[in-house]
Design a protein around this ligand. Structure first.
Ligand code: NAD
Ligand code: 6OD
Length: 486
């Protein structure tokens, strides 16, 4: 069993209180790690280390040296690729190909891309006229914001944590990361990487624990944390926003979604079925950008439902390390309880269950895992909780529509506004609909195709602010203006 400690000022340390908690495998519910829970004392130490690092070596090095260090981090992640893949598979139970094709390479890319951006980004300058005719020159300089509190979720732990740590460090900040209590392993491994490449002590710190009355709350309430970047549930974001209001600290929030998939009759049918299948069921439906509401134009509705059902029924459940496995368990028994409560609600609300709806039969050695059947429903009213609330499981409801105007209204009738995936071969229609759907990210004939230079974030209750490319600099730096009278 792995022993996971906090990573503070370049060292792995247990909690002074001796408090530890267990991490269980989602696959079979066996305990796989014992984790030191950071108390207020450890969070204080981590924040102090991060603050000191700002005025030490890290605060003095040139942009080029910082960029070289971040390239070194990316290279070392790639060198230890198998360790990261194994750790993330152990934490999440998700199949190897999800790790090797997406989640771990993206972790490395998050350091390279933001290193490149910080090296190349210009600042603004304005010449102004003055009454004496000599004028003045204004120019902007960007400075790091300081100590950034990074609060991360469990669904794509390494990708989502590095998506924040990469730009934060590229901009010269230091970080105190609080990984999800469900997935502490890769944040810990990254500590080893930081030491290996010679990252100055205190630049990257990890404190483990839970949210309320634990490491998460201690980080977000800490006066010396200058800004907080958070990915997680909208409800948690609301609590963190209140904490951040003490000291008027900036926040960047990436939160829940209830994303619509829109399939027009003029789509490339097979590609649309594949695309919706991926968007609803990848990572066992635990993707914030995933599709839980599917709207299909009536002429192809029956055919689409049947084709998606066939695909869903062909998934291969099993250990993430086993050949041919393409579908894993949910993250935990607790989360399965939540998702199953929605499966029950769907029945209560009169859904037609096209496929799934319960717990699959698994071999004895996996029977205690958080397994759940991928599920499709039809025939629910839009007022049902199944259509309104984020379930964060492998499930979707499919409803027919008759016109473009109707489907835009249906897609927009949500408190959330994270993403949409639209399937049509009519380019004019694609542009028109994309402009009217109230979300931060729209995909046309694709899903989760991510260029890291683009703005990423949610509308409505799905988020505050944008990260990605130069947009990340808005949050991770402070722009100052210098005005020189000529
Ligand atoms: P969560 O909100 O339960 O937890 C996220 C993190 O916040 C964890 O580290 C947790 O310990 C911490 N936390 C909880 N309460 C806290 C508190 N009071 N103070 C400080 N920290 C606290 O979310 P989750 O279940 O880990 O992740 C799933 C959610 O994340 C879903 O809603 C999903 O849509 C969302 N998500 C959004 C995006 C996005 O980019 N918009 C990406 C991934 C996940
Ligand atoms: O690709 C990303 O940068 C990103 N933030 C993905 C979010 C996935 C949500 O589960």
């Amino acid at each position: 069993m792995r022993q996971i400690d906090n990573f503070i000022n370049g060292e792995f340390i247990a909690s002074g209180s001796g408090r530890r908690f267990e991490k269980r495998s989602p696959v079979d519910n066996q305990v796989i790690a014992s984790i030191a829970e950071a108390g207020q004392a450890e969070v204080d130490q981590a924040v102090a280390a991060a603050k000191n690092a700002l005025s030490g070596e890290w605060g003095q090095i040139s942009t080029n040296e910082r960029v070289d260090l971040l390239y070194g981090v990316a290279d070392e992640i790639t060198r230890r690729f198998d360790d990261f893949v194994s750790a993330e598979m152990a934490d999440t139970g998700q199949p190897r190909h999800v790790m090797t094709h997406a989640f771990i390479p993206r972790g490395a890319a998050n350091f390279k891309v933001f290193a490149d951006i910080i090296k190349n980004v210009p600042t603004e300058s304005f010449h102004m006229d003055t009454p004496d005719g000599k004028g003045a020159l204004n120019y902007g300089i960007r400075v790091p914001k300081g100590v950034i509190g990074v609060i991360a979720p469990w669904n794509a732990p390494f990708l989502l944590m590095t998506w924040k740590v990469g730009p934060a460090l590229a901009c010269g900040n230091t970080v105190v990361v609080k990984p999800s209590e469900e997935t502490p392993l890769t944040a810990t491994l990254l500590g080893e990487v930081m030491n290996k490449v010679g990252m100055p002590k205190g630049v990257y710190n990890v404190v483990n624990g839970f949210g309320p009355d634990s490491a998460g709350e201690f980080v977000t309430r800490h006066n010396d944390v200058d800004a907080i970047t958070f990915t997680g549930e909208t409800r948690t974001g609301s609590t963190i926003m209140k904490a951040a209001s003490d000291g008027i600290r900036d926040v960047s929030f990436e939160m829940g979604g209830k994303n619509a998939g829109i399939v027009f009759a003029d789509c490339d049918f097979d590609k649309a079925v594949d695309g919706i299948f991926r968007s609803a069921f990848l990572n066992t439906g635990q993707v914030c950008l995933g599709t839980e509401r599917v709207y299909v134009e009536r002429p192809i509705f029956e055919k689409f439902v049947a084709a998606l059902k066939d695909k869903v029924e062909s998934v291969n459940l099993g250990r993430p390390t086993d050949e041919g496995v393409n579908y894993g368990p949910l993250i935990s028994q607790e989360h399965r309880g939540k998702v199953l409560s929605y499966y029950q609600k769907a029945k209560d609300d009169g859904a037609t269950i096209v496929t799934g709806g319960g717990i699959p039969d698994m071999p004895a050695e996996l029977a205690e895992g958080a397994w759940i059947q991928p599920t499709i429903w039809t025939d629910l009213p839009e007022s049902s909780a199944i259509i309104q609330e984020e379930i964060f499981g492998p499930c979707c409801h499919i409803r027919p529509f008759d016109s473009e105007a109707e489907v835009i209204d249906l897609a927009n009738a949500s408190d959330y506004g994270l993403s949409t995936t639209i399937w049509t071969e009519n380019l004019t229609r694609a542009h028109r609909v994309a402009a009217r759907v109230e979300v931060g990210i729209t995909w046309v004939n694709s899903w989760f195709l991510r260029d890291l230079r683009t703005a990423f974030g949610g509308a409505k209750q799905s988020g505050i602010g944008r990260e990605g490319g130069v947009h990340s600099l808005e949050f991770y730096t402070e722009m100052r203006n210098v005005c020189i009278k000529m």
